[in-house]
Design a protein around this ligand. Structure first.
Ligand code: PGA
Ligand code: ZN
Length: 429
């Protein structure tokens, strides 16, 4: 038996950052090494995502994962035993065939993803390499531009404000470490401003400050003030990124902004956002329109895509076919890459390959329900994606990822290249 032959696959229930059950997989190889990974979970999920299999019923609010864990024990483990962990494509193809559905609804994408990622970790351990290098070889030297949340909102903050993420990027930072330094100052300044205003109220699901604002725009104003207070030039050094997550409040071409008590049609929503782009140093907008509004996506991208990164999350759900279809109709110019939206690394990687084919940028992203698992950082560097979004600058399920990227940057030494502002997606005219 080869050293990378799988000898056992274990599934176990562990707990995520919201105190909900989630799935961990652990794979042991004949050579004596093993690999482990945990599936994350979203709250504002796209309808085209692979299925996060939950038990339902009353225990833990219906979020228990005993069926997904049982799927690993009863279906996946026997099928994978003896397979080569170093052959990710064959392993993932086996998972896909075993599940047999379009959406991973039989085994659960939480089960298949934990197993798929655990296999990648085991294979890297067998090769004696960090995961990013085992994925990308000597070419894996690009450190991503981090997109870091300062205020949480939307589904992550009881819908206190409509916009889900008010984030910053540091296009002018010289290294990943410096981007974190700058962001730490902005995050602190934002907290101090909230305290002064008497509106500091703890943090939202991803660690961003609780959004005690009367309008969405108040959050944008506060963010610009925080950037200035921290000593940076807004736009040039530290710029704003938004995740509107519009599928949460838009459907059928109608957008209901609860905080502003306004209902807009697609054209109105586009004009509303263009007003923000004119007034604030915004360089990236994710899900500006709802997942069921591809014409809106195309119109918005035509209007601003040459100077603003337009990101598809719920709209593209890390799906290669959707990325190609969006490119054909001119919708978005960047794909958010969330492995659990597809359920295997191979399918997730295919979405990134499709993005490169059509000239889209990419952002590897965590979910709002996270753990200490840092696999996505290795995917970002190993695949050379160029951007990384894992929530805010607080709470260890977030900081674990930022800290892992620091270690990788240090290990690469002078070979490390920081993606900076050049990683931002732009539509070609
Ligand atoms: P989610 O949020 O993990 O709750 O879906 C993250 C995002 O929308 O980018
Ligand atoms: Zn999103």
């Amino acid at each position: 038996m080869s050293a990378t032959a799988i000898t056992s696959v274990l599934g176990r229930r562990v707990w995520d950052s919201r105190g909900r059950p989630t799935v961990e997989a652990e794979i042991a190889l004949a050579g004596g090494v093993s690999g482990r990974a945990i599936a994350p979970a979203g709250a504002s999920t796209g309808s085209g995502e692979a299925v996060d299999l939950r038990d339902g019923g009353s225990a833990f609010g219906g979020y228990d994962v005993t069926r997904a864990v049982a799927a690993i024990r009863d279906a996946i483990a026997p099928a994978l035993r003896g397979m080569d962990a170093a052959d990710q494509a064959a392993l993932d193809a086996r998972l896909i065939a075993l599940d047999g559905t379009e959406s991973k609804s039989r085994l659960g994408a939480n089960a298949t993803l934990a197993v798929s990622m655990a296999a990648a970790h085991a294979a890297a351990a067998a090769a004696g390499q960090p995961l990013y290098r085992n994925l990308g070889g000597e070419a894996a030297t690009l450190l991503p531009l981090p997109q870091i949340q300062i205020f949480g909102g939307g589904a992550h903050a009881g819908r206190r404000v409509d916009v889900q993420d008010f984030l910053v990027v540091c296009p002018a930072a010289a290294s990943f470490a410096e981007a974190l330094d700058w962001t730490a100052e902005v995050y602190r300044a934002a907290g101090a401003l909230m305290r002064q205003a008497g509106t500091l109220g703890g943090v939202a699901d991803e660690g961003g400050w609780w959004p005690a604002f009367r309008t969405n725009e108040q959050a944008l104003e506060m963010l610009v003030r925080a950037i200035e207070q921290a000593g940076f030039a807004p736009g040039r050094q530290v710029a704003i990124a938004l995740d509107v997550a519009a599928s949460e409040f838009g459907r059928g071409g109608r957008y209901r902004l609860g905080l502003e008590e306004r209902e807009l049609d697609t054209t109105g929503m586009i004009e509303f956002l263009i007003g923000w782009i004119r007034a604030y140093p915004i360089v990236s907008i994710e899900d500006p329109l709802a997942e069921d509004d591809p014409e809106g996506f195309a119109a918005f991208t035509r209007a601003v895509g040459d100077r603003v990164q337009v990101v598809g999350d719920d709209f593209l759900v890390s799906d290669a076919a959707r990325v190609r279809a969006a490119a054909a109709s001119g919708g978005a110019n960047t794909v958010l890459i969330k492995p659990n939206q597809r359920g295997t690394l191979t399918e997730t990687r295919a979405a990134w390959d499709a993005a490169r084919e059509v000239g889209y940028a990419g952002i590897v992203s965590a979910r709002s329900g996270e753990t200490e698992d840092v696999t996505i950082v290795h995917l970002a560097v190993g695949w050379g994606v160029g951007q990384l979004k894992v929530g805010s600058f607080a709470r260890s399920e977030r900081m674990a990822k930022w800290n892992e990227a620091l270690r990788i940057e240090e290990a690469l030494g002078p070979r490390a290249r920081f993606a900076g502002g050049t990683a931002l997606g732009r539509s070609r005219r």
